[in-house]
Each structure stands twice: as C-alpha cells, then as structure tokens.
Design a protein around this ligand. Structure first.
Ligand code: NAD
Length: 351
C-alpha cells in the first residue's frame, strides 16, 4: 500500500527525513512540510516541496496518513497529541518528551485514538551499535560485565535551542537519549540503579559534558559518556567480557576483539615481571601468544529500515520495532539521571 507523509519542522533533521524518504522509500510519498520559520519554508519550496500554510491545513489533508515531527523537544508533546487526535499516525523525533510523565500522556492519547505512534530512535540501526549488540547478545567473548559507550567532541557548548532548558536542551536529552536507548535495547534486564555526573562546562543552564552509570539486574554495568569539550578521543565502545575485550574506535567501525588463547601455555603466570610500573604480576603485559586478535562480527544495517518497519506496521504485516513503551523506559532512566545528579548520589530503581 502507498502512504503519504507530511513533516512538521523543516530544520536540520526535518530536511534529513524528507531527503531520506525521497531517496530510499519509494512507497512513501512526501506530501509536504510545515514550519513556523519563513526561511525554512522558502528552502522547502526551493527543494520542490509543497509547504502547508498552517498546521491546521496539514492536519486537515485527508491524503496524509503519517506525520513526522522534527521540531525542538519542548514542542513534541503538544504536536504529537494534536496529530494523533487529527487521526494521523505519528513518528516523533527523539527525545520524544522532556520526561516520563509527558510521554505517559502521549501514550494514553495514542491508545485512545488507535493510531501508530513511534519514536525515531534511528541509532538502533547504527553499524557500531549493531556490532556490539551482536557481540553482547551472542556472548562472542563470554559474559559481558561492563559496557562503555562514548560520543565525544570538542566544539564547545550546545548549539541554538539545545542550549536552553525551556526547549529541552542539554546533552542528556540530545545524545544521552540515543546512548541510553541503545543500552536498554541491547541488555535484556531491568535497570536497578542510576548514577550521573552532569557537568555544565560551557552550557550555562544545560549540561554539556556528562557521564551516566547504569547497573542492570542481571549483573551487567554500563557507562555512557558524552562531551563537547574533549580534545583527545576515546573509543566509541569498550566492552569488557569474561573471555576478552572488544573495542570499536570510531564511526567507521575500526576496532577488534581480543580474547584469551586457551591453547597457549600459562607457565609464566606466577613469575614477577619487572616493568616500567615496577615489579608486578597482575599488570604485566601478556605474552602475545596467550591472546587471539579477532575481527569484529559482520552486520548489515540501514537507517531507512526504520521507515520500512513503520510502513509494514501500517500495512499490518509486522510488529513495531521502536515502541512507545520502550521510550517510556528510556525516559524513566533519564528522569533518574537528573534525579541522581540533583541528589549528588546514585538512585535505586527498577525500570
Ligand atoms: P532545527 O533547529 O535544525 O530545526 C527545527 C525546526 O523546527 C526549525 O526549522 C524550526 O523553525 C521548526 N519549528 C520550531 N517550532 C515549530 C513548531 N511549533 N511548528 C513547526 N515548526 C517548528 O532542529 P533539529 O536539529 O532539526 O532538531 C529537531 C528535532 O530532531 C529535535 O527533537 C532533535 O532532538 C531531533 N534530532 C534527531 C536526530 C536523530 O539522529 N534522530 C538528529 C538531530 C536532531
């Protein structure tokens, strides 16, 4: 079945949605956009798009059955509810809401109207994430026990509306929501404690350099770190497992897995080794033959699979991949992140 999309908000991400759909999803026609900014409307016209003169005109268009919302975060809740009530199926950009309570209201309206409601957590289709998810789920290096996920930059404060609390700015709601969503999607266990260090280096009223620590009921721990003021990068992923370690260095997915070579002799284990750190057994470098270096597993991913899933759900063929209930867990963790920072200590939970 063919479907017709309208996009609300034609800024950085709204225009990405339009181009991605035009290029990769032939069964979804882009009917038009609406934006409150004249400059954005002019740009859309230049790009050959129909521009609705008002939100009401867009919502009254009977041909549009799917609306994507890509506006600053504080406008998500009212717009999602308005679109659902107008009978539209809705995709909302991340973070879907500013907190869990907002999202609960949105979910209630989606249930009441029976319309599809999903959140654009596109980073579940990132290649680096898919590799780590496969490695963790299939226990390729034994049992994972500590997962570190980092996105680090050095360009300083949060840009534009992202610098204001009223707009739902700050790093937790910008990148944090992606990294937390990935961890909750990958680790099949409730979160039992959350701690966080939210630093405002240049961000003024919003956080811009953050560390979040999660403990899961199954014993796994995870840390995610995001910064706008990091001049020496660290790996995108570092995963500690009982039989080895995996690293993904960058977005290009350079990295490796190193595991114990169980065939190799371990006679050296009791000898003290004299290193630059002094005499040590535990921290001495390993003889090379006692480890095996393996390539990262192969995976296939494509961001446009998100839209393909939405259309297949609308056609009644499959289940929704990014469900509002999953986003609610993420928002509850985010509420706990802010609470832990406010209290200056970790908080117990069962999310
Ligand atoms: P942006 O500032 O580039 O664009 C936002 C647009 O929304 C602007 O053109 C603005 O005029 C318009 N707008 C504001 N209020 C509006 C309203 N009430 N009605 C209609 N239009 C309105 O911001 P952006 O970077 O495109 O971010 C938009 C959303 O997309 C945010 O929620 C952000 O978190 C999300 N985002 C997601 C990803 C991702 O990877 N999933 C990446 C970037 C941004």
């Amino acid at each position: 079945m063919s479907h017709r999309l309208a996009v609300i908000g034609y800024g950085g991400m709204g225009s990405w949605h339009v181009e991605n759909v035009r290029e990769k999803i032939p069964s979804l026609e882009v009917k038009g956009i609406f934006d409150v900014r004249q400059e954005a409307c002019d740009k859309a016209k230049e790009n050959g798009l129909f521009v609705y003169s008002s939100k009401e005109q867009l919502l009254a268009d009977p041909e549009v059955d799917l609306v994507t919302i890509a506006v600053p975060n504080n406008f998500h809740k009212p717009l999602v509810i308005e679109c659902l009530r107008a009978g539209k199926n809705v995709i909302c950009e991340k973070p879907v809401a500013l907190n869990a309570a907002e999202l609960e209201d949105m979910i209630a309206v989606s249930k009441e109207t029976g319309r599809l409601f999903s959140i654009h957590q596109n980073r579940r289709w990132d290649k680096d994430y898919a590799i780590i998810k496969k490695m963790v789920r299939e226990e390729l290096l034994g049992k994972p026990y500590f997962i570190e996920s980092r996105v680090l930059g050095s360009r300083g404060s949060m840009h534009g509306w992202r610098g204001y609390r009223v707009n739902g700015g700050g790093m937790v709601l910008d990148w944090g929501v992606h990294l937390i969503d990935q961890l909750l999607d990958m680790i099949d266990s409730p979160v039992v404690s959350v701690d966080s260090h939210l630093i405002h280096v240049f961000g003024g009223e919003v956080d811009d350099s953050i560390k979040v620590f999660l403990r899961f009921e199954n014993g796994l721990s995870a840390m995610c770190e995001m910064s706008t003021n990091c001049f020496i990068n660290q790996p995108r992923w570092h995963v500690s497992c009982t039989d080895g370690t995996a690293v993904i260095e960058d977005w290009a997915c350079n990295g490796k897995m190193v595991k114990l070579n169980t065939e190799a002799e371990m006679e050296w284990a009791d000898d003290i080794v004299y290193t630059e750190a002094g005499p040590t057994r535990t921290m001495a470098p390993r003889p090379k033959e006692t480890t095996l270096e393996l390539p990262l597993p192969e995976v296939q991913t494509d961001w446009s699979d998100y839209y393909k899933n939405i259309l297949a759900v609308l056609d009644g063929e499959v289940e929704l991949i990014v469900r509002p209930e999953q986003a609610l867990r993420v928002m509850k963790v985010i509420d706990a992140v802010f609470e832990a920072d406010r209290l200056n200590c970790g908080v117990h939970c069962h999310i």
